[in-house]
Design a protein around this ligand. Structure first.
Ligand code: 5RP
Length: 227
């Protein structure tokens, strides 16, 4: 079993009968969704899922997990999702899989958020992983210019074949190569007020627990950001 799989399976144990569960996106979340599907089949677990991307929706539908949209539920009991970086202060970067907008919406309306990662995602400070910023296509080049002038080394995300990546909502992603983010809160506030920016991958004060897969086994770390 690989480290992502171990973390995904362990985190699925936090899912209890009757819960409304936010289902994250990415290669780690994939294993958690599979495990929930297994528990439904083999243990009779009943849940309702709220997916964070088309990819996860497709996976959940194949597993027969009943789904609702975020607008059809009063609140999500628990969301389990991957992350690209988690700092010592339990702040995160997400959006490597371009699903940050729905991921942030679902996390915002969740009572509890658990991130599942392998140990390579734990860092001292955020910023080595390029920070994804989801933008409206119209005006995207103006934002590229602004980010470039600020020294953020922006790159418009493209596929391997050179097509501009479009999110599930039809937006673009600009990845900021910042190296280190000294003040995540200030950067988030700055990005939040830029016209044309829909959302960014700084997930601050959102996670309740982190489940980490490492060579020594799986550990569970409580974050100070309890909801
Ligand atoms: C998608 C995400 C993912 O959760 C993040 O990129 C981690 O992915 P993986 O588990 O494949 O490493 O934020 O937008």
């Amino acid at each position: 079993m690989n480290l992502k799989q171990a973390a995904g399976i362990e985190a699925a144990k936090f899912v209890k009968d009757g819960m409304i569960v936010g289902l994250g996106t990415g290669s780690t979340a994939y294993y958690m969704v599979e495990e929930i599907g297994r528990r439904m089949r083999e243990e009779g677990l009943n849940i309702t899922g709220v997916t964070t991307s088309n990819a996860t929706k497709e996976q959940a539908e194949k597993l027969g997990i009943p789904l609702k949209s975020i607008d059809e539920v009063p609140v999500v009991d628990l969301t389990i999702d991957g992350a690209d970086e988690i700092s010592k202060a339990f702040q995160g970067i997400k959006g490597g899989g371009a699903a940050l907008l729905f991921e942030k919406i679902v996390a915002t309306y969740s009572k509890q958020v658990i991130w599942i990662v392998d140990e390579s995602k734990l860092v001292e400070q955020l910023g080595q992983f390029p920070l994804p910023v989801e933008v409206i296509p119209y005006g995207a080049q103006q934002l590229m210019r602004i980010f470039d002038e600020k020294g953020y080394q922006p790159v418009l995300r493209q596929t391997e074949t050179g097509q501009i990546v479009k999110t599930d909502s039809g937006h673009y992603i600009i990845d900021l190569h910042l190296e280190v983010i000294n003040d995540p809160e200030a950067l988030a506030t700055y990005l939040d007020q830029l016209v044309g920016v829909v959302e960014h991958g700084l997930f601050l004060n959102m996670v309740s627990k982190v489940v980490v897969g490492s060579a020594q086994g799986v550990s569970i770390i409580d974050s100070p950001h309890q909801k």
